[in-house]
Design a protein around this ligand. Structure first.
Ligand code: HEC
Length: 193
């Protein structure tokens, strides 16, 4: 048997002069990548300690409140543009809008309004009956943004971007009178064109 191998066949080196009662002490050095990652964790923890405990670096709670303030400031700075049927018609033009609307609807709305908008928990969005408003662009955008808290329609104003709200409203309008199978019975007032 080779003296430089242990029982597992791993290479070992005999430590010079360390033999006691016929037992040889072996030296089996750790791989250098392992040692370096170990040193790195020690250096990292030291720097971490210096930064957060000694130098008073921000805690997670402080970082969160700074980030929240930034979000609130950004929202306050968004220009309030008056939306009209005309401005919304312009914003809802194009096939890219409908594609975004369709993916957004499938991800966020279909669970309650049905994949074909036929209605489930929420009302059928393809018929001429509307609970909120008269099915105009401004009405649909408003109810999507604000939701109907006590009826189970979430408010999407904070969750969806302006473009996504427009897109999903455009998608709903594109499905008007599409007569999907198994429609939910009408809810609200009939709106004649
Ligand atoms: C958790 C279920 C749920 C989800 C998810 C949901 N809705 Fe609704 N939605 C409702 C309910 C319930 C109503 C009816 C509110 C009422 O009775 O006043 C409603 C009403 C509406 C209306 C008004 C319909 C009318 O007749 O006036 C629109 C438009 C609408 N939802 C769009 C959306 C869009 C777009 C999404 C996705 C971004 C969405 N909803 C996601 C449950 C939901």
């Amino acid at each position: 048997m080779n003296d430089n191998r242990n029982d597992n066949g791993e290479e070992t080196v005999e430590a010079p002069g360390h033999t006691y009662d016929g037992i040889h002490e072996l030296n089996h050095p750790l791989p250098s990548w392992w040692l370096w990652s170990f040193f790195f964790t020690i250096i990292f923890s030291f720097l971490y300690y210096l930064h957060y405990e000694i130098a008073g670096g921000p805690s997670l709670k402080q970082e969160l409140s700074v980030a929240m303030q930034e979000i609130q400031q950004n929202q306050a700075h968004q220009p309030v543009v008056l939306e009209t049927e005309e401005s919304l018609t312009a914003a809802m033009r194009g096939s890219a809008v409908l594609t975004l609307g369709s993916t957004t609807f499938a991800a966020k709305c279909a669970a309650c309004h049905g994949t074909n908008l036929q209605g489930q928990i929420g009302p059928n969005l393809t018929d001429k009956y509307w609970i909120h408003g008269k099915g105009r662009r401004t009405d649909i955008v408003k109810v999507i943004r604000e939701g109907v808290a006590d009826k189970g329609m979430p408010n999407w104003g904070q969750i969806l971007s302006k473009e996504e709200v427009y897109a999903v409203a455009a998608f709903i309008l594109s499905k008007k009178n599409s007569n999907p199978p198994n429609p939910k019975p009408p809810q609200g007032e009939a709106v004649e064109p």
